[in-house]
Design a protein around this ligand. Structure first.
Ligand SMILES: Nc1nc2c(ncn2[C@@H]2O[C@H](COP(=O)(O)OP(=O)(O)OP(=O)(O)O)[C@@H](O)[C@H]2O)c(=O)[nH]1
Ligand SMILES: [Mg+2]
Length: 312
């Protein structure tokens, strides 16, 4: 739609000029059309532009809604980023394939390119994105940045790089990605770099490239999305970078409400322990700080007590 919009804008400028010429009588018309028809043509393009603008606005609003809903769910979120063809979607697919089954109601609130995955007991939302392209036409840069909105709101960026490309190419693309991340104001978000397609390289080549990239690529991990190699290593690094979780221990008197609270808790946070003792439920869960606060106020409402006891 953004491409169509760019095309129409170009067309509009041309039509404007034709209208001007037609009215000056210098040119009998446009594409065999008279002055009146040129006007009609001009108005038609204007209307088409308005229609596309409205549609794009709707998409933007929908995205915003999705984001708000994801926020309500209380999970950390990871955005994939990187050049086209680096293997983002492949990595997205392989990471989500074995992911935790969660009740359907949850998924209906997510867009198709977002899935819940399990990173060593921590539930995280992973979002696939469109890839970077070189020599993007000026009119499309704005469009591209709007798709990057997602990235600004994530807790971690998983930057995918095609390690099988020549080193200079990798460095150039990586710098461009990092530069863009910086420009959109996402520089404070931790980045894990997935050096993908390791299956296409020898051990020596991998070593040489990793060594050469170690100062440029933030938190690099060598993987193969296609063959599912070293996904554990990747998840370890992701888990390490997502560190600002808080643990909360709690105790709530047993009631019907408490029981539904516990099943809700299982879906929304990482529950470490649940024990039923002396008509009480005692447990420990872990969540991002702002969500932990939300849960604690629920615990209070249920007549329970809690203690936030650790970070990390
Ligand atoms: N050999 C090899 N090929 C891979 C690997 N990962 C992805 N590919 C291939 O690379 C190509 C691009 O993969 P995608 O996952 O579509 O790349 P993408 O980053 O999502 O690309 P865009 O959606 O265009 O931005 C596909 O042909 C994949 O099969 C890998 O680990 N090894
Ligand atoms: Mg893709």
């Amino acid at each position: 739609m953004q491409i169509e919009l760019a095309r129409l804008r170009y067309e509009l400028r041309r039509a404007k000029e034709k209208v001007r010429l037609a009215k000056m009588g210098e040119q009998p018309g446009f594409m065999g059309l008279g002055a009146y028809e040129v006007d009609v043509y001009y108005e038609t393009i204007k209307r088409q532009i308005q229609t596309i603008r409205r549609k794009l606005q709707k998409i933007r609003e929908k995205r915003k809604l999705h984001r708000a809903r994801r926020h309500e769910l209380g999970f950390s979120s990871i955005s994939l980023a990187g050049y086209t063809n680096a293997g983002k979607s492949s990595l997205f697919n392989v990471l989500t394939r074995e992911s935790v089954p969660v009740d359907n109601a949850l998924f209906t609130t997510l867009s198709t390119t977002t899935r819940l995955i399990d990173v060593f007991g921590r539930k995280v939302l992973l979002t696939d994105t469109v890839g970077f392209i070189d020599r993007l036409p000026l009119t499309l840069i704005e469009a591209f940045h709007s798709t990057l909105e997602e990235t600004i709101f994530s807790d971690l960026i998983l930057l995918v790089v095609d390690l099988s490309e020549p080193l200079e190419e990798i460095e150039r693309k990586l710098s461009c990605c990092l530069d863009t991340i910086y420009k959109i104001g996402a520089s404070s978000i931790p980045i894990v770099t997935a050096l993908n397609k390791m299956d296409l390289l020898s051990k020596e080549e991998i070593h040489r490239k990793v060594e050469a990239l170690k100062d440029l690529a933030p938190n690099p991990v060598v993987v193969s999305a296609l063959y599912g190699i070293n996904l554990e290593g990747l998840k370890h690094e992701i888990r390490r970078q997502l560190k600002d979780y808080v643990k909360v221990s709690f105790s709530i008197p047993i009631s019907e409400e408490t029981m539904s609270f516990i099943s809700w808790l299982h879906n929304r946070t990482n529950v470490y322990a649940i024990k039923y003792e002396n008509e009480k439920v005692n447990g420990i869960f872990e969540a991002v700080p702002w969500f932990a606060d939300k849960v604690c106020s629920k615990i209070k409402n249920l007549g329970g007590i809690f203690d936030q006891f650790s970070k990390g």
